[in-house]
Unconditional design. Structure first.
Length: 84
């Protein structure tokens, strides 16, 4: 099955695409509006424990969700340390 724009934006995948774009826009707005939040979240022990707890709890519910959240947190960590 080839990945084309017609297949990507089909009715079957429309909710997934809209959800992914919404999450990306929301993350961009939060990172633009409150950059100190990410610095404090990733640089403090309590922030790291909260992130680890979120990942572990989501991994217990669904392995794919845990892996996806881990990837998102790693990307957010890299973005938060661009200004350092």
């Amino acid at each position: 099955m080839s990945l084309t724009l017609k297949n990507l934006f089909s009715n079957k995948n429309l909710n997934i695409v809209v959800g992914a774009i919404s999450i990306l826009v929301m993350l961009w707005v939060v990172m633009y509006a409150i950059p100190g939040l990410f610095v404090s979240l990733f640089d403090t022990l309590l922030g790291n424990m909260i992130l680890l707890g979120i990942v572990l709890l989501s991994f217990m519910k669904s392995k794919m969700m845990g892996i996806a959240l881990t990837a998102i947190f790693i990307i957010m960590y890299q973005f938060s340390h661009l200004s350092h």
